[in-house]
Design a protein around this ligand. Sequence first.
Ligand code: SF4
Length: 320
Amino acid sequence: MSPLIEVSDLRKYYPIRKGVLRRQVAQVHAVDGVSFAVNEAETLGLVGESGCGKSTVGRAVLRLIEPTAGAVKLRGRDITQLGKSDLRPLRREMQIVFQDPFSSLNPRIRVGDIVGEPLKVHGIGDRRQREEKVAQLFARVGLRAAQMRNYPHQFSGGQRQRVSIARALALDPSFIVADEPVSALDVSIQAQVINLLMDLQRESRLSYLFISHNLAVVEHIAHRVAVMYLGRIVEYADKATLFTRPLHPYTEALLAAVPMPDPTLKRQKRHVSGDVPSPISPPSGCHFHPRCPYAEARCRVESPVLREVATGHQVACHLR
Ligand code: SF4
């Protein structure tokens, strides 16, 4: 069975222009050859530090921004080659939930209208049918129908994210990009929203690309995990493998920062220091070498290829 979403060698480069003539002097390689698949009813976690390109991947997959190169297939059909009118019906299948529910909801519009807007835009149902559908969506995400008349500021952060999720569900999508959907919420509320996303997945066989900088959150919701560093995937495995036998030094370092639920268990502590380098002039060879505790001479000149080291487990490191 082919995956619901298949991404091959996705690239997104941004030109850097200077001078009066705005001549291109360099390129930011925000996404630099990323490939992955998401199956039906599956969650792929996409993790990495801020600035690694993971949000750009999410937007490029949905064609909210145009990829520079690569293919994105939905049920085997390459959507990167489609014009606007051919893409429009497929957009119903693919939705996004953003990080900050406050800035992504128009403060002057009642939340019932916000959730019903996609139905209106796609010409689905008459006014009464749309209201009924919105009331059902409110119930699905744990809100009361009476709250449809309220404005975004009358909701808590967690409730606002429920509104965003209801809006994403309005067109009965099969695939949702959830871009840091709980990062702006209190820790006590994060679990409720994650559990809601998992319940919705069970009910409707939804597939998620779940983007997060927080491995602890990803561990809870994801089936498989891709770790990104400076525009590239450096490790890709099922959740159990990644969390128990990480092979890439960057994954190891990210995991070292995740608290263990059982204090008698210890993870190998190999923290990395420093910030993510600029994608405008990434380090030569392995992009991770300036921060890698295992780096060798070869790492400074040769870029490691992402290769399969065990079934379903890929890693980009010369030493693994
Ligand atoms: Fe570290 Fe070298 Fe592996 Fe890169 S290739 S992660 S620098 S050991």
